[in-house]
Design a protein around this ligand. Structure first.
Ligand code: UD1
Length: 416
């Protein structure tokens, strides 16, 4: 397994182009199964999670072709097969095959999805949704067997506005008889991206992006086409990097509204930012102000950006706090920042960050995807060398991270 070697202290300048969103793409690929013959998706990021999803599509007898900036999937010979655990456990998003295979075949057998270890992460809301549509769910050891004689539209209230449950229920409901209404639906951009893909293949969906989504079941869907939205978390990560060590660093190809909450908090922290259409120009913040952050569902501050933001707050003069309202175990990377010289303490779901602290290079492991990205940022401002192990977790979600950073002047390389 390669490691990352990072020499801190360089000022970064130039352009970073944002890739397609991981969290959209990992739902869009399973969604292609709803098409009878072909689907095309533009700007699919080249990341590990996508490689695993493509392997699953092959197992399900689909063919795919990767062209310059799009993937075409041929689903004509789709077969319902059990998805091997060694693939489904590689990422959380494998659970979207539950929704699509249930819609297509009324039966799916899949092991519990994997993903980053950042909390309990149950999928009870997904299951409740499938049951409301008429499915029965058996759980044998780690395997979920979900079956239905017929799927019927239903009114489903989500106790929590879960991204995964909203998308999964929307996928399953596309072929249900009659109308499905999801109430207290999540409003993240990923949901809009998936809904617009489903609409392109003939699905009747209204309200995606609001708290109430209405899906009218349709018998057949085909020829889906869409473009993956820009990755709002990748964009947030690199804007924060610019605030740490940029000089007119241009973060390009963003949708500004998707990262509004992060930009507002960066401004609160005193970061000089210029927003121009689809790009943000950011430079090192000379005096970072202590800031309070509360993670929330969209359009609130995203939990996925909390870990990179912590690195910026280690440079603030005074005490900052991050209240994590989505996942209970998302402060592991903060503990690793302490090894580099940061001063953070967590009590329950609140992280207290005392700054300003000088960070020093260290040998560390990657705790999870976004935590790994945070440690990369820390390494880039630290004195000396940082070695980061287990980086496959970072490669799961950040396309060409080493290349992108080298091009703007970072001293970072993959080593064996
Ligand atoms: C998605 C993202 C992840 C992001 C998260 C929150 C993907 C592949 N992953 O994860 O990067 O951090 O949204 O923005 O898109 N919950 C339940 N029961 C359920 C489902 C969720 O209790 O059935 C809880 C979770 O444990 C968590 C909260 O709801 O505390 C949010 O989860 P959810 O929005 O579903 O996140 P994911 O879809 O897992």
């Amino acid at each position: 397994m390669p490691k990352l070697k990072i020499e801190g202290g360089n000022i970064l300048t130039g352009d970073i182009n944002i890739s397609g969103s991981k969290n959209s793409a990992v739902a869009l690929l399973p969604a292609v199964l709803l098409c009878k013959s072909t689907a095309t998706i533009y700007k699919v990021p080249k990341i590990r999670d996508i490689e695993y999803l493509l392997k699953i599509l092959e197992i399900l007898n689909c063919k795919y072709e990767i062209k310059e900036d799009f993937i075409t999937v041929d689903t004509t010979k789709l077969k319902n097969k059990e998805i091997p655990e060694e693939l489904s456990e590689q990422m959380r998003a494998s659970y979207y095959f539950m929704g699509t295979l249930l819609a297509r075949f009324k039966r799916v057998s899949i092991s519990f999805p994997g993903g980053c270890n950042i909390g309990a992460r149950p999928i009870d809301l997904h299951i409740k949704g499938f049951e409301a549509l008429g499915a029965t769910v058996k759980i044998i050891k780690n395997k979920h067997i979900i079956e239905a004689k017929e799927l019927k539209g239903a009114r489903i209230y989500l106790d929590f506005a879960s991204v995964g449950a909203t998308i999964n229920i929307m996928l399953a409901a596309t072929h249900a008889k009659g109308q499905t209404i999801i109430e207290n639906a999540a409003r993240e951009p990923e949901i809009v991206n998936v809904a617009s893909f489903l609409i392109s293949m003939g699905s009747k969906i209204t309200g995606a992006g609001t708290s109430t989504i209405i899906i009218e079941g349709t018998k057949e869907l085909d020829y889906g086409i869409t473009e993956v939205f820009p990755d709002r978390i990748e964009a947030a990560t690199y804007v924060i990097l610019g605030a740490l060590t940029g000089k007119d660093l241009h973060i390009k190809g963003i949708i500004k509204d998707h990262i509004n909450a992060v930009l507002i908090k960066l401004k609160d922290a005193g970061v000089p930012l210029e927003v121009k259409n689809d790009e943000i120009i950011v430079s090192k913040c000379k005096k970072v102000l202590p800031t309070k952050i509360f993670t929330q569902v969209y359009p609130g501050f995203p939990t996925d950006a909390q870990q990179p933001f912590t690195v910026l707050l280690t440079q603030a003069e005074g005490v900052s706090t991050i209240t994590e309202n989505i996942y209970e175990s998302r402060f592991v990377s903060a503990g690793l920042l302490n090894v580099m010289g940061a001063d953070t303490t967590s009590t329950g779901n609140v992280l207290r960050i005392k700054g300003k602290t000088k960070l020093k290079g260290a040998s560390l492991y990657t705790p999870d995807l976004r935590g790994g990205a945070a440690l990369v940022l820390a390494g880039l401002i630290a004195e000396g060398t940082t070695i980061l192990d287990n980086i496959s977790l970072i490669l799961r979600g950040y396309e060409d991270i080493v290349d992108k950073l080298q091009k703007v002047g970072a001293k970072i390389e993959l080593i064996e």
